[in-house]
Structures are given as structure tokens and as C-alpha cells.
Design a protein around this ligand. Structure first.
Ligand code: SF4
Length: 347
């Protein structure tokens, strides 16, 4: 049995031809799964009965099982999902609103079980990489939540480094944005990467319209190596060139994510180094992120968040201070982890 959500429209049309069906059936299936949110082939009554039967024998539509759902006092929700092989992933829903009463929902999707990059402030990194998610497992996180709660934005910022699972992330975006299906706007999608240089070039050339955020966290190589030791082959100087290319090629702004950690990267000198590094990157903005304590790391939140932001603003760098949501349920940046639970599931 295969997951039908791993097939993009073209592949599904090819499959239809291979079994002697008309290719337009693929559009009907896309419509039924992604627009009508059908969960069972037998309910797709636009298809002839014999085709429904064949599809039921060869494919499944839904595979994720929700293990738990935890709600934060600030409106964030963390979902724990079990994959078909028993492994577990987490997905975070952030409910936001502004002073004008506008509300929107952002879903933070996982792309890997664990992560190979071992960033020193991140709980997921402590798990190591267990495996990449396939496109259907990425897509289904959205479909599951979207069934009840309308999702306005997607951020590839959950467990894992999305650009180290490039092909599956790309395919999931192609399927989710297909106008015959869910038709999610590319402008509503953000890929958040730790800075995988060769894939940033590919992203600029191939996926284009999505937003790009880069977790920099330090503007000098020594501090970055300390915080993100497995990214030494993606040095800051080359990363800057890749971002310049991305901006020129797509016309999109790049967001620099900067976690403020006490006595590590929050001094005046650190701020000035950041200004020097990014002032020629235009358009570009900086998200300063409050550090969320994780049990294994000795780092502490910075006491200089406002001062740091002020310094950037004075140098004409657009900088916002992002308040983390879901910290009380470990759903905020760097807190997603399923290692212990994964072991339970495997045993
Ligand atoms: S911060 Fe992102 S890239 Fe770094 S270990 Fe965590 S999940 Fe991986």
C-alpha cells in the first residue's frame, strides 16, 4: 500500500494512464482529497466504482495518528503524531492576532524525525537524525489540523532541517500549492533554515515565491560554530553570498532569525557585527527571538533584548522582538522533541 499524497498531479495522471484510465481522474482525486477533504476512496463518488475499488487496494489517504494534543495558556497547541512506522513527530499551531482584531493561524511543520545538526540550544538536535519525512507525512500535518482549524500560514520550522530533506519539502510545497488541490498561497509559506548554502541556491532557482528565514544566531564564525557546530561547512561568508543571490533572483526579503542568549551573542559588539554583516543585504529584516530554556543546555535568556533591538534600529536595520508562544507546553522554537516517546513507541 502506498500513500497517495506522495503523488503530485502529474504523477497521478501518469498512474491513471498506466491503468487505462483518463488523466482527468487525477484532478478529481486531487479535488476530493485536498479540497473536499475526503478520507476514504469509497466516498469519492465522482469516480467509477471499479476505480474506487482499485485505489482502495493500492493506496491510503490518511496515515498519521494523533497521540496527543496539548494546549498552552497563550493559544498555542502542540500535536504529537505517530507515523506508520511507530515513530513520533510534533507539530505546533500558533494562534495570533493583532491590535485591530485580525486573527490568523500559523502551523509549524516538522520535516524530519530528529535532526542531524546538533544545534546546542535545540531539543530536536539532541535526538540526532532518525529519518526524513516523506512528502505525504509533511502534507498530512497540515491536512490534519486544517480539517478543524483554518491555517493561514505554514512555516517549515518544526523538527528537522527542511533543506536537508530538500526533495520531499519541495514536493510537499508543489502539492499543497497546486490549484487543483489545497491551493495554498506560496507567499504564505516560509522555509526556515539553519543555512544550508547549496540548497538556498536551489530554492532561489526552483521554488522561488516562498519566504526564506535563516537562523543565524551569531554574526561571527567562532560564536556560530559554538552554537551550531555541524554547520562549519556552511560558513557565514558563503551564506551571505547565497542570501544575496536569493534576494536578487527572487526579489523576496530574507528574514534573519537571531536567538538572544545571555553572554553568548547579546553584547553591543555582537549587535554591531550583525549590522556590518547584513547591512548590504536588502531587503532583509531581523527577528530577535527570546531564548526558551531547554533542560540539557546551560544557556539563559538574554537580559538585553530591548537594548539589542534598539541598536539595530538605530543602524536602520528592521528588527522585531518575537515573543515565543507555547513555552509552557514545550512547543516554542527549539523545544520540540520526541526522543523519549520515540523509544517507547519502538519498544
Ligand atoms: S535548530 Fe533546527 S537545524 Fe538546529 S538542531 Fe534544531 S531542528 Fe536541527
Amino acid at each position: 500500500m502506498k500513500d497517495i499524497k506522495n503523488f503530485d498531479l502529474k504523477e497521478l495522471q501518469g498512474y491513471m494512464l498506466s491503468i487505462g484510465e483518463k488523466p482527468f481522474r487525477a484532478k478529481e482525486i486531487f479535488h476530493a482529497i485536498y479540497k473536499e477533504k475526503q478520507k476514504d476512496f469509497t466516498d469519492i463518488t465522482t469516480l467509477p466504482k471499479n476505480l474506487r475499488q482499485k485505489l482502495s487496494e493500492e493506496f491510503y489517504i490518511y496515515a498519521l495518528e494523533k497521540v496527543s494534543e496539548t494546549n498552552s495558556h497563550d493559544g498555542a497547541t502542540k500535536y504529537l503524531f505517530q507515523l506508520r512506522d511507530g515513530l513520533l513527530i510534533e507539530t505546533a499551531l500558533i494562534r495570533e492576532s493583532n491590535k485591530f482584531g485580525r486573527k490568523w493561524n500559523t502551523l509549524c511543520l516538522s520535516t524530519e524525525v530528529g535532526c542531524s545538526l546538533d544545534c546546542q540550544f535545540c531539543a530536536t538536535g539532541q535526538m540526532g537524525l532518525i529519518r526524513n519525512l516523506d512528502a505525504s507525512e509533511i502534507i498530512e500535518q497540515l491536512m490534519f489540523v486544517d480539517n478543524n482549524i483554518p491555517i493561514n500560514n505554514i512555516v517549515f520550522m518544526g523538527m528537522g532541517e527542511p533543506l536537508l530533506n530538500y526533495e520531499n519539502v519541495k514536493k510537499s510545497i508543489e502539492i499543497l500549492t497546486d490549484t487543483e488541490g489545497r491551493a495554498f498561497g506560496k507567499r504564505k509559506i516560509t522555509i526556515s533554515t539553519s543555512g544550508i548554502i547549496d540548497k538556498i541556491y536551489r530554492l532561489a532557482d526552483q521554488i522561488k515565491m516562498v519566504n526564506l528565514a535563516v537562523s543565524l544566531h551569531a554574526a561571527d564564525q567562532t560564536t556560530r560554530d559554538k552554537l551550531m557546530p555541524n554547520l562549519k561547512e556552511n560558513p557565514i561568508s558563503k551564506l551571505k553570498e547565497a542570501l544575496q543571490y536569493y534576494i536578487e533572483k527572487t526579489g523576496n526579503a530574507v528574514t534573519i532569525e537571531y536567538l538572544l542568549i545571555k553572554n553568548v551573542n547579546d553584547s553591543v559588539e555582537n549587535a554591531l557585527k550583525l549590522v556590518k554583516l547584513i547591512s548590504s543585504l536588502k531587503p532583509c529584516k531581523v527577528n530577535l527571538i527570546h531564548f526558551n530554556k531547554v533542560p540539557f543546555a546551560e544557556f539563559s535568556p538574554s537580559q538585553r533584548e530591548i537594548e539589542f533591538q534598539k541598536l539595530l534600529l538605530e543602524k536602520n536595520i528592521r528588527a522585531t522582538l518575537r515573543k515565543s508562544k507555547g513555552t509552557d507546553i514545550s512547543a516554542a522554537c527549539g523545544q520540540l522533541v520526541t526522543r523519549n516517546l520515540t523509544n517507547v513507541a519502538k519498544n
